[in-house]
Design a protein around this ligand. Structure first.
Ligand SMILES: C[S@@+](CC[C@H](N)C(=O)[O-])C[C@H]1O[C@@H](n2cnc3c(N)ncnc32)[C@H](O)[C@@H]1O
Length: 232
């Protein structure tokens, strides 16, 4: 998506939106946190950590958290939110040179794969730093929802641009589910679980229309857990 961090201009607004909003607080984060399981005493890498909403919850659950994001403002917000963590500005296009092989127990990579051009190389780096027995938990927009919004061929891998309701202009990759599975395989992962999450019931009265839509349509996100393939 190029060298400019797309989220930098609206990082503070993203924090406001994602802290308590339906899509992040009651839908994506609960699904990924469930897939991560017990994190107490574990070292977790928060890849594309955003403003630290995952990191905050992981630390509250007893994890040691290190993370990075392409956007300097996101990293600033993350450091403010989670002083005990270690966060740096880093582009997933580059190798994670500061992290040794087999140095983290878990990686969470929420809602950012779609911004990466060379996804196999980025995933391979996450695989490299994961300890054997560790796991990667990843979420991405549901490809069916992407296709319903953008039409054309479901199977085409292409970049689209959207303007979200808050006026945020974002470019990201559309890719069918098969492609994401293939990219994980090429990077040395085995898919362990795949969830098509439903929003948490406590959000039903907060955001009635979107809540009901996400309960019946695959137009939100999906979440998966993958483990390093021991044969590779
Ligand atoms: C939708 S936000 C998700 C943030 C966080 N993972 C969460 O779920 O709260 C996407 C994040 O990916 C980051 N990002 C996008 N492209 C990136 C890249 N190439 N390298 C690192 N981070 C990137 C953005 O700066 C932004 O913080």
């Amino acid at each position: 998506m190029g060298p400019d961090p797309q989220y930098d201009a609206f990082a503070d607004e993203f924090l406001e939106h994602a802290r308590d909003g339906l899509f992040n607080a009651h839908y994506d984060r609960p699904a990924c946190l469930d897939l991560l399981g017990d994190v107490a005493g574990r070292t977790v890498l928060d890849a594309a950590c955003g403003p630290g909403l995952y990191a905050e919850e992981l630390v509250a659950r007893g994890a040691r958290v290190t993370g990075f994001d392409h956007s300097p403002r996101m990293v600033e917000l993350c450091r403010q939110r989670v002083p005990s963590g270690e966060f740096r500005v880093h582009d997933l296009a580059d190798p994670l040179g500061w992290l040794p092989d087999d140095s983290v127990d878990l990686v969470v990579f929420a809602l950012a794969l779609e911004y990466v051009d060379d996804r196999v190389s980025a995933l391979r780096e996450l695989r490299r730093v994961l300890r054997p027995g560790g796991a990667l938990v990843l979420s991405r927009p549901h490809p069916t929802g992407d296709w319903l919004r953008h039409g054309g061929s479901y199977f085409d891998v292409r970049v689209i641009e959207e303007v979200w309701s808050k006026g945020w202009r974002l470019r990201y990759w559309l890719a069918p589910l098969e492609r994401t599975c293939e990219e994980l395989r090429a990077a040395g992962f085995l898919l362990e679980r795949l969830l098509e999450p439903r929003p948490r019931p406590e959000a039903a009265d907060l955001h009635r229309e979107d809540y009901q839509r996400l309960c019946r349509e695959p137009t939100g996100f999906l979440a998966l857990r993958a483990v390093p393939d021991p044969r590779r």
